[in-house]
Ligand binder design. Structure first.
Ligand SMILES: [Zn+2]
Length: 316
């Protein structure tokens, strides 16, 4: 039943590019965020791999096209009207553990299909259903930080590597994007900034600290895994701060090669979004089932009705 829905929706779906659309300003694009480390069981609410496998089929059955986030951002920057009336969704994942790329044996939940292999499986099962299928992986850049976090936040099996970044990019299904130098994670101690408040990105409030976290990460990513997604940044811990959003990014975007920054605010991307605080929905927090994702997609289909100059929200 589900497969029939996916196939029929796929035939209705158009190509992978963003077309030029009529004028309008009510685009609402859901950018979805997954964490491949979110594994406590093997059902939808307890495992983001299970959720991603299901969601690929559900969004396709709903007639949504999955497109690379950098393409959506480029179109949005040119003119949000280009995205008007499109059923588009973007997929992202954060922190860059090896679970993004390779199948691994989880200590309690058993073997897990990687995010990239879940995308490959979908392509094999439905070859023409999503020509733009893509996931943006926001990774932590610093090798030393990844080694420490692998021990502190995972099970110390060496599952925070960068050896897969170029293969992931070469697959054409995954991009590697900037999630900072070391996440300013509380498990880390940096001799250079011993008094820096960790466990938040709110304390990254000077140019020097921002360059350490963002510019330095960008340089490494462009060297190790050059790809269009290095132009995208996702705030560790999900929140923008005023300095980065209002001062640092606007002033230094060109030098940094960054064109947009993402939070985890649970909102769709709209024409009025702030390019330095673009929202994302988080799997496990903002939806925990197909029904939960339906609520998000239904809301993104909502169109304001304009009558006599007054605007009403109306379900459609
Ligand atoms: Zn993170």
């Amino acid at each position: 039943m589900r497969n029939e829905r996916v196939k029929s929706a796929a035939t209705a779906a158009s190509g992978a590019s963003i077309s030029r659309r009529a004028k309008g300003n009510n685009m609402r694009i859901p950018v979805l965020l997954y964490h491949s480390m979110n594994i406590s069981g093997n059902d939808y609410p307890s495992n983001d791999h299970v959720a991603l496998h299901s969601d690929l089929r559900y969004v396709t059955a709903r007639g949504y096209r999955i497109l690379p986030l950098h393409q959506i951002v480029a179109a949005w920057l040119e003119s949000p009207q280009r995205l008007e009336g499109e059923r588009i969704v973007a997929l992202t994942c954060d922190d860059g553990p090896d679970f993004d790329f390779r199948d691994l044996e989880h200590p309690t939940a058993g073997r897990q299909r990687s995010f990239l292999n879940i995308l490959r499986d979908f392509c094999a099962e439905f070859p023409s259903a999503q020509p733009g299928l893509f996931m943006t992986s926001f990774v932590i850049a610093a090798p030393v930080a990844r080694t420490i976090l692998d021990r502190a936040c995972m099970v110390g099996k060496g599952w925070m590597n960068d050896d897969w970044w170029t293969t992931a990019v070469d697959s054409g299904l995954m991009g590697i994007a900037n999630h900072s130098w070391d996440h300013n994670h509380e498990a880390l101690r940096d001799g250079k900034y011993p008094d820096l408040r960790r466990g938040t990105f709110a304390s990254i409030d000077t140019r020097e600290l921002a360059d350490h976290q963002i510019a330095k990460a960008g340089e490494l990513l462009r060297r190790l895994a050059p790809n269009p997604d290095t132009s995208l940044f996702a705030y560790p811990f999900g929140r923008a701060n005023r300095f980065l959003r209002r001062t640092y990014f606007p002033a230094h975007a060109e030098r940094l090669g960054i064109v947009a920054a993402f939070t985890d605010a649970a909102q769709p991307l709209t024409p009025r979004a702030d390019r330095w605080a673009m929202p994302r929905f988080t799997c496990g927090r903002d939806w925990r089932s197909e029904e939960g994702l339906k609520v998000i997609l239904d809301d993104c289909q909502r169109r304001p009705h304009v009558w006599m100059g007054l605007e009403f929200g109306a379900a459609r």
